[in-house]
Every structure is written in C-alpha cells, then in structure tokens.
Design a protein around this ligand. Structure first.
Ligand code: ADP
Ligand code: MG
Length: 256
C-alpha cells in the first residue's frame, strides 16, 4: 500500500514534539485536511484558529489517533504514531485532550474523575492517586468540590475539573478543543487563567480557540486553518503587525 511506503520512508525529526508532514484527511470523498505541515517544539503553545468547519478539531484529533489520517505523517516525541509498536493508550496518555463539552464522567465525583485514570491506566496506587488528585484540584482552584458530582458544578468549574483530569495523566502534550466555547462569558476568564498557568509550567499545548487575547499573550505561534488548508502561521508580534493577509483580517473581524 502506498501509504505504508510513505510511512516507512519518513524520518522523525527529534527536535519537534509534534511533527506533522503532508497530513491529509478525508471523510468519504470530502477532503477536510489538505497537505498540512505543522511543527511544535517542546514547551511551545500553538493556537489554532479558523472558521467553523475548517478542520481544526479533525487536525488535533488526528494527533492522538481519535481520527485516522488518510495520508501524510504524524510524529509525536520523535515517534511515528502509525508505527506498529505505538500503543494507543500510551499515546493518549502522553497526548491528552480537553474537549469543548468537558466529557466528565457524570456518575463519578470530581475526585473520582481524576483518580480513575491514574489508578486504571497509570497504575498509581489508590492513596497516591487521591493525594495527587487533591493537589491538582487545588491548582485549578476546586479544593472545596472533591465530593461534588459534575451536574452540580458550573461550566467553568467542570472545565477546570477536565483540565485537572488531563494533568493527572502526566501528559507531555495537551490539546484543547475550544475549551471555553461552551461557557457563559463570565466563566471564560477562570479557565483561560488555569490554561495560562499550565503553559507556564512548560507543557506543550495546542489550543483551538477564538480567544485572541489568550493567543496574543500565551501563544508562541498562531496557525490559521481555512477549508482544510493551513493558510498562515505567525507569532503574536507578526499578527499585530500584519495587515496584509485579507482572509485573516476578515476572519478576525468576524470573531472580535
Ligand atoms: P472545525 O473543528 O474547524 O469546526 P471539524 O474538524 O469539526 O471543523 O470539521 C471539518 C469538516 O469535516 C467539516 O466539514 C465536518 O462536517 C467534517 N467532519 C468532521 N467530522 C466528521 C465525521 N466524523 N464524519 C464526516 N465528516 C466529518
Ligand atoms: Mg471543532
């Protein structure tokens, strides 16, 4: 198969935490990602923006194999994710994801939402898992919510639990898929604040968001997707200086 040939010819570039080359993704005949090239270095924060349907979620979901690429190469921490010996549970632990709609376990308390993965996937003993969970909930400002169930939390609190749960898995990379889009406006700030703190600790992050304030303050680079194509990549400084890219200017006007 041609794709296999391509994969074996691919030489991982170890200087990149995430190394995507010529990625394409089709759903049936619909090509939703076209020849995407993207690299992310360790500790970098990359903000991914683009109109609805441009392929942002699909792109980040390819990185931990929630979607399978149709072509091209994806290398995480120097290893091709399609290598036969790549364990998907291991990959998803190292490349964790925070979703727009939180995806918490509704039948578990806040504390259990954090400990379950540590116990079952990381095989951390119960007491130690609990201790780590308590520490992480403190970091996201939810020390008083251990025994609550998700349904009794605000959206902002739920998302902070989801972020703490991602951190519990000791990830190398966290992918955020519009983490504040489902929140009431007054709760956006508390979640962005937690994300800023995580960025400071040096966790490599890709953040799909329309929060341009966050992008300007935290991102090392901002990547623009349109109709499945990566149309521009720039630093916040370049974004501020750049008045020459009409499609980006139009898009930014729409979201601001
Ligand atoms: P974004 O996150 O930028 O809004 P998505 O990655 O969700 O965009 O979607 C990109 C395109 O892929 C859209 O046209 C969407 O309808 C299509 N798509 C996404 N997921 C699927 C799927 N599971 N099956 C078929 N088409 C899909
Ligand atoms: Mg999306």
């Amino acid at each position: 198969m041609k794709k296999q040939d391509n994969y074996s010819a691919f030489t991982p570039r170890a200087e990149f935490m995430i190394d995507v080359q010529h990625l394409s993704k089709k759903f049936g005949k619909n090509e939703v990602l076209k020849d995407i090239n993207l690299t992310v270095k360790r500790q970098e924060v990359v903000v991914l923006i683009g109109p609805s349907g441009s392929g942002k979620s699909t792109l980040i979901r390819c990185l931990n194999k929630l979607e399978r690429a149709s072509g091209g190469e994806i290398c995480i921490m120097g290893k091709n994710i399609y290598d036969a010996d790549m364990n998907n549970n291991y990959l998803r632990q190292k490349v964790n994801m925070v979703f727009q709609h939180f995806n918490l376990f509704a039948n578990m308390t806040v504390l259990q939402n954090l400990t379950i993965g540590m116990e079952k996937l990381l095989r951390i003993p119960k007491e130690e898992s609990k201790k780590r969970a308590i520490d992480l909930l403190k970091i996201v400002g939810l020390s008083d919510k251990h025994d609550m169930y998700p349904e009794n939390l605000s959206g902002g609190q739920k998302q902070r639990v989801a972020i703490a749960r991602a951190l519990a898995m000791k990830p190398e990379i966290i992918l955020f898929d519009e983490p504040t889009s489902a929140l009431d406006p007054e709760m956006v700030g508390e979640v962005l604040q937690v994300m800023k703190e995580i960025a400071k600790t040096g966790t490599t992050m890709i953040v799909v968001t329309h929060e341009m304030g966050f992008a300007r303050e935290v991102a090392n680079k901002i990547v623009f997707l349109e109709k499945g194509e990566l149309i521009a990549e720039m630093t916040p400084d370049e974004l501020n200086a750049n008045h020459s890219h009409p499609r980006i200017a139009t898009f930014l006007k729409q979201i601001l």
